[in-house]
Design a protein around this ligand. Structure first.
Ligand code: SF4
Length: 284
């Protein structure tokens, strides 16, 4: 089960996205799936290239639309493990509506945000994850708006799996992604993935100084949503690990009759009483 392919990523040397790619590849291998059982769907941005760098099915979609494509794919073929991925601009700006509805819908897929708190592909503009005061060429006087809080957003929108990783800690990130793939529902994983070229504030060293691992907090209980929210707010979102995990709430597919019986791709397409294949034969 080798999820590496021979495509050389064209990310800048040192970009956090390399480690996210490696963690996805390791996690997929560790959970025991085959490359043909995985599809990686991405949006637009530096991180959006990831779907081409993994030996699996892949689709490099359009900006902010990784989730609609991934959800459609999962609904059509529930047998596939589906990972959607993209940057913070992709998921929290143009794609924010899809993110919120994905979180509350709880379809069985994994969404990995590669959060570098800036727009890297377009050469360094303020993103929805840039902190207030953040200076870039698009906000030379400093960002006026506060940043989006991914974990608080996910927890308050009813997400059943909420986690956060740091790209340098591949061991923890791999374990998080493994748990996300295995979770029966929508797994939301925000990953701090530094942009070494344009973000000179949220650097590797900055994260190392400011992040707290949940595994170091004595008695932390990831099944308690309220406690999870309190911990996240106390640490201003700068925690890593599995923040919240609800194993009770059924996923979307298990509540919708047709999905558990047979994947749509395996169903006979009918036009009234007639099989679609029979109908089109006369035109062939
Ligand atoms: Fe990574 Fe930033 Fe380079 Fe894009 S511009 S590849 S996010 S380091």
């Amino acid at each position: 089960k080798d999820f590496r392919n021979n495509v050389k990523p064209n990310w800048c040397p040192g970009c956090g996205d390399f480690s996210v790619q490696a963690a996805i590849q390791r996690a997929a291998a560790n959970v025991g799936i085959e490359p043909h059982e995985l599809a990686v769907i991405s949006g637009i941005g530096c991180s959006g290239r990831i779907s081409g760098y993994i030996n699996s099915y892949g689709f490099h979609g359009i900006h902010g639309r990784a989730l609609p494509i991934a959800q459609g794919l999962k609904m059509a073929n529930r047998n596939l493990n589906v990972i959607a991925s993209g940057g913070d601009g992709d998921g929290f700006a143009i794609g924010m509506g899809h993110t919120i509805h994905g979180l509350r819908r709880n379809l069985d897929l994994t969404y990995i945000i590669m959060d570098n708190q800036i727009y890297g592909l377009t050469k360094g503009q303020t993103s929805p994850r840039s902190a207030a005061g953040f200076v870039t060429k698009s906000t030379p006087g400093g960002a006026i708006e506060p940043d989006v809080k991914p974990l608080e957003l996910a927890l308050s929108t009813g997400a059943t799996f909420v986690a956060q990783g740091f790209s340098t800690d591949i061991k923890e990130l791999t374990a998080i992604i493994e748990a996300g793939i295995q979770h029966k529902g929508f797994s939301f994983i925000n990953v701090f993935s530094p942009c070494v070229t344009y973000n000179k504030v949220n650097t590797y060293d900055w994260f190392k100084e400011n992040l707290t691992k949940l595994s170091d907090i004595e008695g932390y209980d990831p099944t308690n949503r309220e406690a999870a929210m309190n911990t996240v707010m106390q640490h201003d979102g700068l925690v890593t690990g599995i923040i919240y995990h609800d194993t009770e709430t059924p996923c979307y597919q298990s509540k919708a009759d047709r999905f558990d019986e047979q994947a749509l791709v395996g169903q006979e397409l009918m036009m009234g009483e007639t099989k679609f294949n029979e109908l089109v034969k006369e035109f062939m």
